[in-house]
Design a protein around this ligand. Structure first.
Ligand SMILES: [Zn+2]
Ligand SMILES: [Zn+2]
Ligand SMILES: [Zn+2]
Length: 360
């Protein structure tokens, strides 16, 4: 076993996107940033003035959909009042020289995730979380079908003021764009290159490594044990169909990724059984994060294979996943200027702490 408490100071390369590296520096004196106490989140069940609360439906644009069918609603999708992208073309494309633009065409929608105002994901029932993720799937599919120009539908959630949520009522967002976001593009292209060389999905390889609980490196000449690697130390939760992993090169101190154990490139391919297990693993993971952080505020987002012709061959090489990024510190000038993330909690120690949370 490697000791998770051992101080670490090393630059770790993200295996999926090698151009992205993280400085893991845990020794106290090296800490370049201090954790800010996040503004407390709103935990009230109902707020009379909240546009997303039950009874205030007239305060939002008309619902695109409510779920399950019929009242009372548990989930409600509405147009974003301040969309970052829209149907219209107010500004004609006047590209000049290096100033190239693409139409800001797209869709921006909000899903009210629960009829209780301040409920957190780990407080929602597994059944509700399954409905939430099935509805992400259903709406993503509808958006892709609505216009072939849409190449990517990003589903994400900002939870708590520290994560940039402007409305306290729990909600998710869909942003459908005619371009593939850079982060997704980097993952899709690098995993395709890996597949071309190794004929294996790099995410499946990572899962296999995570499930290899111990590996021993022997010295070639003396035959003595050089190092024992405990690779399984990055596993937070393992279900029938999903696994929650603390990435070895985590950008954020408490970042956790959830992936399907069996290879699947497109989130649209999930079955109701998949979603039921995902709901369970997510609920357990969020409970652990909330217990360790004392009220987790986070962003989570789905990364799935883009619906773009140039990525039509990525079915075997890409593997969809949910990235959960709790916000415990503000990026420093060093991070913004260098692009090098600094993580002051070793991912091994973070995983050990998360695993130690007692759950029923
Ligand atoms: Zn509300
Ligand atoms: Zn895979
Ligand atoms: Zn990703």
């Amino acid at each position: 076993m490697t000791d998770p408490e051992k101080p670490v100071r090393e630059i770790r390369i993200n295996p999926i996107v090698p151009s992205e590296s993280v400085l893991v520096a845990t020794a106290r004196g090296l800490r370049p940033k201090k954790a800010e106490a996040p503004a407390p989140r709103d935990t009230r069940a109902h707020v009379d003035t909240c546009p997303f609360c039950v009874g205030n439906e007239q305060m939002t644009p008309p619902a695109i959909g409510t779920y399950p069918d019929g009242a009372p609603w548990q989930l409600r999708i509405v147009e974003n009042l301040y969309p970052v992208l829209g149907d219209d073309r107010e500004n004609p494309n006047l590209s000049f020289g290096l100033q190239q633009t693409i139409d800001g065409y797209g869709r921006h929608e909000v899903m009210i995730d629960h009829n209780q105002h301040g409920i957190a994901v780990h407080e929602m029932s597994e059944q509700h979380l399954a409905l939430l993720f099935s509805t992400y799937r259903a709406r993503m599919e509808q958006l892709y079908k609505s216009n072939p120009r849409l190449r990517y539908v990003l589903v994400f959630k900002n939870f708590g003021p520290a994560a940039g949520a402007s409305i306290a009522h729990t909600h998710s967002q869909f942003i459908a764009t005619p371009v593939v976001p850079d982060n997704v593009q980097d993952e899709v292209e690098n995993s395709r290159t890996y597949y071309e060389k190794n004929h294996r999905c790099i995410f499946c390889t990572l899962i296999d490594e995570a499930l290899t609980f111990e590996a021993t490196l022997y010295d070639r000449e003396s035959g003595e044990i050089r190092r024992k690697l405990d690779v399984g130390q990055f596993v937070i939760e393992r279900g029938k169909k999903f696994i929650a992993i603390k990435p070895f090169a985590s950008r954020y101190e408490w970042e956790v990724h959830i992936l399907p154990l069996a290879h699947q490139s497109d989130f649209l391919a999930v079955t109701p059984e998949d979603v039921a297990d995902l709901a369970r693993i997510l609920r357990r993971t969020m409970t652990r994060l909330d217990a360790v952080l004392g009220g987790a505020q986070y962003n989570y987002f789905l990364h799935s294979v883009p619906h773009a012709p140039n990525y039509a061959d990525c079915g075997a090489s890409y593997h969809w996943h949910l990235e959960i990024c709790p916000r415990t510190s503000i990026p420093t000038g060093f991070e913004l200027g260098s692009g090098l993330f600094v993580n002051t909690v070793s991912p091994e120690a973070a995983a050990a702490k998360l695993r130690a949370v007692p759950l029923d």
